[in-house]
Design a protein around this ligand. Sequence first.
Ligand code: TPP
Length: 362
Amino acid sequence: MIIDKFNPLEDEMISILNKEGEIVREDILPEISDDKLIEMYKTMLLSRIADSKALQYQRQGRMLTYAPNKGQEAAQIGSVAAIEKEDWLVPAFRELGAWLYKGISLEKFYLYWYGNERGSEFSENEKVLPMVVPIASQLPHAVGIGMASNIKGEKDVTLAYVGDGGTSEGEFHEALNFSGVFKTPNVFVIQNNGWAISLPRQKQTASKTLAQKALSYGIPGIQVDGNDILAMYAVTKKAVERARNGEGPTLIEAVTYRLGAHTTSDDPTIYRKDEEVEEWALKDPLTRFQKYLIDKGLWSTEKDEKLREEYSDMVTKTFKKVEKIGTDTELKDIFQHTYSKMTPNLEEQYESQKKYFEGGEK
Ligand SMILES: Cc1ncc(C[n+]2csc(CCOP(=O)(O)OP(=O)(O)O)c2C)c(N)n1
């Protein structure tokens, strides 16, 4: 199958839908129902709109900081669409599309970025871990969930994301090593968006590809055009099947691009060239998929405009609601959900922070 046949040491990248929205690899075209294709596109569109509005809100001083997603929608939605409801999602912090497709609300997403702890609270059946900012620390957690699934004899798969920069962290290697040895049911998606803040991918590692890192852990690694939603879906679907059948983990490198800034505190014009951004804008995953759906007779520009308006309105209302809720978080909430019971170290941090807010100890 597609994953077993792939050799990450050769200069190859899996691609199904080209820039013009045409199918270039019929042989690996995944079977996806029309309804699901539309659902995937709609989530991409909602993600794009919610992302650009978040940026505006931050610029208006209505939100403290934000990490834009623009350009990475296919890498996220193509992969998450390949898991089932009972499977786990372990995001990093730039996974708005994956989050929405998993059925987690936009309100919760905005609450998180607004600084409200409720943005990190989930019900058990949502099967998602909160966003994490410490780079790659989510991966050992994802493998832990996979290990638990094996022990319990459950068939759920855990899909986790990490950035290209995250692959230089110890946790990435520890997680993949453990996962390979214990054949945990994990799928790791590297969103290689070219930059780790201002550090380009070439300076992150001397490896020719990030996918090839999988070989040293005895697991398959596969490089995919991350702006091609069909390729992302096809490959992840196979990786999920492998994981569910007890064949162990897969590492997927999604080659994509962050069209915006790293976060709203960053100015990418200082470290990257306009031409690079312009070139990637032509590979926009949203327009590419839209063209495909229109050619297939499943979508139209009229439907698109109508939905854009609807979403735009809904997103505005959602943010207004979040602003109303505000940061009603209790200070203790920030400390008490990491472990089932706060550790002495966390108790100490909480007490010291409490004093600080009360105007005492600095
Ligand atoms: C352990 C750790 N070290 C440093 C940072 C500061 N930091 C925040 S984002 C980032 C770069 C992440 O790049 P990448 O993994 O490629 O993900 P991207 O932001 O591009 O999605 C760094 C170094 C951090 N959050 N955590």
